[in-house]
Each structure stands twice: as structure tokens, then as C-alpha cells.
Ligand binder design. Structure first.
Ligand SMILES: Cc1cc2nc3c(=O)[nH]c(=O)nc-3n(C[C@H](O)[C@H](O)[C@H](O)COP(=O)(O)OP(=O)(O)OC[C@H]3O[C@@H](n4cnc5c(N)ncnc54)[C@H](O)[C@@H]3O)c2cc1C
Length: 430
């Protein structure tokens, strides 16, 4: 079996190793020249790809759950969806969750993922008390907050070792519903003002119409919300629709994206509206369609996600959205989020500011467009998210991540750079 990333690009042949015990994994590490951990393949690019992969998803037992304290001890292959099935009924939820619950705990730590509440709760590593990691020499180390191995592994894209287990703190809830407010804006100025106005609420995310032009650039639907307080915790996940095959690549073009954007924006009432929605549709709208990545066709797609410091966010986004709109290369998914303070980890993505994520199908001219967008990101002092990336240059990467030399030095000193590598780490010299 060859595993691939969510973007289905690049497609590479790989050998997949599985393990049931630490001893088995230790032997596999000893025998292999070079490898990288693979969780559930929800990263978009080449961070979990190489010729040899350690498939960690089957390593997925629940080890302990302190229901009174909300402290969970699990193996790294457990999916966030499996955690929710076990804990919501007891009034607990994930402190930090991304836009899909179909990722492993190991993947959440390695990418130090963030959610719609970064400005309040920070990254996933903030809720990790400790984890165990198999190092390059096959020994297992317990890693605690504040240690250098913690700083290098959270956000370190699997390049320090294989995460085996983790203890994570959960968040108390008293409902499976979210009280959602939707704010419809007409341009980027209104969008920024709305984000700031509602920033005391824990969750916020905006869908931007990236093909809007001129004075409408940056128009959006901003969704903000918080958990309701009605005591309803009877959670039962719904079954999913499936996309059974790859769509032909012409199915997704400027016209279909324009039509989608027009309808999506129009169906929401003007101004401010209120709804009560289930947490599954608030946090994970795309999970309701299995294999939705196939709509981009067999050549695959990529997600371009960058973040800009607050002071340069408005101008930078205006310039980037203008360039995308003029290029005609549309994206159904264009998601803008607000971020709080940067953490200490060497390669975690968030800095205080705004981030935009856009999906593009792989086609002629795309990488030239993204190179041009990189220039603006670099000029604005921003950076690109490793877990989404498949093509940025080493120069662009280095200009965004100022702690990279600490990371490289640490990897080298601990013989990690000889054993743990992905296509991405080799491309970027991580
Ligand atoms: C629809 C969708 C929405 C998303 N929304 C968000 C979002 O809102 N915020 C966000 O931050 N991300 C988001 N992501 C990205 C996703 O959360 C990350 O890519 C996550 O790391 C994927 O986890 P995975 O288990 O699938 O890992 P993989 O994709 O298999 O691997 C990702 C990285 O983690 C490493 N890794 C995996 N398991 C281990 C392990 N046990 N030990 C060491 N390293 C390991 C891999 O080597 C690789 O570098 C989204 C992805 C999708 C598809």
C-alpha cells in the first residue's frame, strides 16, 4: 500500500511500516535508513511523505481518562473524532481542534495545530501535559512542557522522532451545540472591524470570497460563537456522504467557483444573524463529505496558508486577494482567521495576526502565482504553514521561521537529521 497526502500531490511510492509495540518500532527504526511518521494523511503536502513511512494510526489505544479532571492519556494514533465520541457525553471537549476531526493526536502535536480559537487558547501543544517519543536510537523518552525536546517536537513535523503516547487536558462543556452569530461584510475593512468587535468570543472564522474585485475585496461571512449551556450532551456522530471517484479536472474552474461563492454569500442574510448549530457543523463542515479532496481531480490540489503580523495584515491581504482575483484562479475554500500570541516552539506556525488559507487545484501557472504571493508574504514579515506546504522555497521558509537554526542544531546534535526525514524536510533543509 502506498500512502498519500490529502492534496494527492505529489504521488510517491512508499513502503509502510506498522508496529504493535515499542520493541517492534525500535527494531524497525534500527533497520531503516531514513523514515518519517505518517498519522492519518490529513496534511496537504509532503511533510508526511518519503520512501519509508511509519504508519502510526493503528497504534490507537485509550490508556486512561480522568473524568473528573478532564485529563486524557492516549496512544498517538487515536483520532480526534474517536476522542470526541468518548468524552463529549461526560461534558468534555478538545481545547484546540482544527477544521477536521479526522487527524491523529500524533499529527496534532507534530503540526502543533490550531483552531478557530487561537486568539484565546493558542495551539494544540498548550493542552499537552506530556508525551512519549521514540528517538533515533530506538529509546523512548517522556517529554514535558518547557523541555527543549518539547519545543522542537511540537510543530516539528515528525522530524525529532515518533510520538507514541500523550496526556492532554480537555475543556469543560455543557452542550453539544454552539450559539453562532454570522456577520456579513462588504469589504476587508468591515471584515477586520468585525473580527476585532467579536474577539472576546472564543471561536471565530471567516469565509472570504476570493474572486471579489475592487471595492468588494475581502467581503466575507464571519462566523463567531461559543458553546451553548443547555445540558444536551447526547452526542451521536452522523453518517457521511462519499465522493466515490476523482472528478474530471475541468469540473472545477473559475465559473464554478464564482457560482458557488455567489450562492454561498447570498444565502446568508445581510448584517448580523443568529443560529444554534451542532459542533460538528460548526467545527468540521467538510468532514460530512468523505473523500471531498477528489473534487479537485486526479492531479490533486494544494492549500496555500500564510500568516501575516497584525500590523501588515490589512495591506498584505488586500494585495494578495487582489492578485488572486486578477489571476482568476479561484478557491471555494478561503478561510481567514485571527491569531493570538506566538508560542515558544521552534517551528509552530501561528504568530499574532491574521492567516488566510486557500485551496487551489494543481494546474499550469499555479506555482508561478504562489511564488508571487510568497514575495508579498515575505515582504510583510509573514510565514507559510508547513503542514499545508508542498512547494515553497528554502529561502521563503527561512525568512519566515527565525528559530530554524535552533531546530537544525538540535536535530543534528541528537542524530535526528540522519533518521527522520520527509520529502519536505529535504526540500527545505529542515
Ligand atoms: C479539512 C482539513 C482542515 C484542516 N484544518 C486545520 C486547521 O484548522 N488548523 C490546523 O492547524 N490544521 C488543519 N488541517 C491540517 C491538519 O490538522 C494537520 O495536517 C495534521 O497534522 C494532520 O494530522 P494527521 O494525523 O493526518 O497527520 P499526517 O498528515 O499523517 O502527518 C502530518 C505531520 O505530522 C507528523 N506526524 C504524524 N503522526 C506523528 C507521530 N505519531 N509522531 C511524530 N510525527 C507525526 C508527520 O510526520 C507529518 O509531518 C486541516 C486539514 C484538513 C484536511
Amino acid at each position: 500500500m502506498s500512502l498519500q497526502s490529502w492534496g494527492m500531490y505529489p504521488l510517491v511510492e512508499n513502503e509502510t511500516l506498522e508496529f504493535q509495540s515499542e520493541a517492534e518500532l525500535s527494531k524497525e527504526l534500527h533497520d531503516a535508513d531514513e523514515l518519517i511518521a505518517y498519522g492519518n494523511g490529513r496534511s496537504y503536502g509532503d511533510s508526511a511523505l518519503n520512501e519509508t513511512l511509519v504508519y502510526t494510526k493503528p497504534y490507537n489505544y485509550f490508556l486512561d481518562f480522568d473524568v473528573a479532571e478532564g485529563l486524557l492519556h492516549i496512544q498517538a494514533g487515536v483520532l480526534l473524532s474517536e476522542i470526541l465520541e468518548g468524552v463529549v457525553k461526560h461534558g468534555w471537549f478538545l481545547k484546540v481542534t482544527p477544521g477536521t476531526k479526522l487527524i491523529t493526536v500524533g499529527g496534532a502535536i507534530a503540526s502543533d495545530i490550531h483552531g478557530k480559537n487561537h486568539h484565546v487558547e493558542g495551539c494544540f501543544s498548550e493542552c499537552v501535559e506530556e508525551f512519549t517519543l521514540m528517538l533515533a536510537n530506538g529509546t523512548v523518552q517522556t517529554v514535558k512542557k518547557g523541555e527543549e525536546l518539547f519545543l522542537a517536537t511540537c510543530g516539528g513535523m515528525g522530524l525529532t522522532g515518533v510520538i507514541l503516547t500523550a496526556k492532554i487536558r480537555l475543556k469543560k462543556i455543557n452542550s453539544q451545540y454552539i450559539n453562532q452569530t454570522t456577520i456579513k461584510t462588504k469589504n476587508l475593512k468591515e471584515t477586520f472591524a468585525a473580527f476585532e468587535e467579536y474577539s472576546s468570543l472564543p471561536y471565530s472564522v471567516a469565509w472570504i470570497d476570493c474572486l471579489a474585485k475592487d471595492e468588494n475585496i475581502g467581503k466575507c461571512l464571519l462566523m463567531v460563537g461559543e458553546f451553548a449551556d443547555d445540558g444536551d450532551l447526547r452526542y451521536k456522530p452522523k453518517s457521511k456522504l462519499n465522493i466515490p471517484f476523482n472528478f474530471p479536472s475541468f469540473a472545477l474552474n473559475t465559473l464554478s467557483v464564482k457560482a458557488f461563492n455567489w450562492l454561498y454569500y447570498k444565502k446568508s442574510p445581510a448584517g448580523v444573524s443568529h443560529q444554534r448549530v451542532h459542533f460538528d457543523s460548526f467545527f468540521y463542515p467538510l468532514d460530512s463529505i468523505r473523500n471531498w479532496n477528489r473534487i479537485y481531480g486526479k492531479n490533486g490540489f494544494t492549500q496555500y496558508q500564510f500568516i501575516l503580523p497584525k500590523e501588515s495584515s490589512f495591506d498584505g491581504l488586500q494585495r494578495i486577494l487582489d492578485k488572486i482575483s486578477k489571476s482568476g484562479k479561484g478557491s471555494f475554500l478561503a478561510v481567514l482567521k485571527l491569531y493570538g500570541k506566538e508560542n515558544e516552539n521552534y517551528l509552530s506556525f501561528p504568530i499574532e495576526g491574521y492567516s488566510l488559507a486557500l485551496d487551489f487545484k494543481i494546474e499550469e501557472g499555479l506555482f508561478e502565482l504562489l511564488d508571487a504571493l510568497d514575495e508579498i508574504v515575505v515582504e510583510c514579515g509573514g510565514r507559510i504553514y508547513l503542514t499545508k506546504d508542498v512547494r515553497m522555497s528554502q529561502e521563503t521558509f527561512e525568512s519566515g521561521y527565525e528559530k530554524i537554526e535552533l531546530f537544525r542544531k538540535f536535530r543534528k546534535e541528537n542524530s535526528m537529521s540522519e533518521k527522520f526525514n520527509s520529502l519536505q524536510s529535504k526540500r527545505l533543509g529542515l
